[in-house]
Design a binder for this molecule. Structure first.
Ligand code: SF4
Ligand code: SF4
Ligand code: FES
Length: 218
């Protein structure tokens, strides 16, 4: 075991452990949306988990960093908060905030991060853009809500883990990127009715079971 310092708190960790995971395990919260501890190569797509490390120039995403002996980490510097707030505001600028009708309400990571960073869910700094399609309902058991999706990719990963090959993936590019379901043809019917891992892993309310009440995530 090695010792590192995070926000002046000394903690023990295994050499080479993931910094974000180490902080979370030690009750030091760092906003994050796309990290899963079973992922060998975290995608670092949400750009929320920044920290500053003594000896390194500028903030770095903690989900990409391995801990080392005597590492000194700060999670709450002005530069870190500036980057995190900007990343959150960008996410919110393409998000249909309607928590009262969302199954993730009160369990939503976006709500948690907005509260933590003291950013309103409807920031005025950026103009909002929404995708045309509010709900994609072509799957027999699931609905996808592109304007709630933060494109973290966790649903694709857990689907691949459960079924060998993912039954969903990113489709389109840039602003149009969304999650699309595949499979369900011929001898490969959708196993989603018994699975639902994607609903459970989704940090927001972007996938819901058909017929699920729109105010409570099961
Ligand atoms: S995902 Fe749902 S609960 Fe979370 S901020 Fe968006 S509308 Fe609100
Ligand atoms: S549907 Fe949910 S889990 Fe999947 S990419 Fe969107 S936000 Fe992430
Ligand atoms: S959790 Fe590190 S970039 Fe998303």
């Amino acid at each position: 075991m090695i010792k590192i310092s995070v926000d002046n708190k000394e903690i023990e960790a295994k050499e080479g452990a993931n910094l974000l995971k180490t902080c979370l395990l030690n009750d030091i919260y760092i906003p994050n949306l796309c990290y899963l501890d079973t992922l060998e190569h975290p995608p670092a797509s949400c750009r929320l988990c920044f920290v500053e490390i003594e000896g390194r120039h500028g903030p770095v995403p903690s989900c990409q960093i391995e801990v080392f002996e005597n590492m000194v980490v700060k999670t709450d510097t002005p530069a870190v908060r500036r980057l995190q707030r900007t990343a959150l505001e960008l996410l919110l600028s393409v998000h249909h905030v309607d928590c009262g009708h969302c199954p993730a309400n009160k369990k939503c990571e976006l709500q948690r991060i907005a509260r933590f960073l003291k950013v309103g869910l409807k920031p005025k700094r950026l103009e909002g853009f929404l995708k045309d399609q509010e709900t994609m309902d072509d799957h027999p058991f699931l609905n996808h809500h592109p304007n709630r999706c933060v494109l973290c990719g966790k649903c694709i990963y857990v689907c691949r883990e459960a079924h060998g090959t993912p039954l969903m993936d990113f489709a389109d590019r840039g602003f149009k990127t969304l999650i699309r379901f595949y499979g369900g043809k011929g001898s490969n019917p959708f196993p989603c009715n018994q699975c639902r891992r994607c609903i459970e892993i989704c940090p927001v309310g972007a996938i819901s079971a058909k017929g699920q009440t729109e105010t409570a995530k099961s």
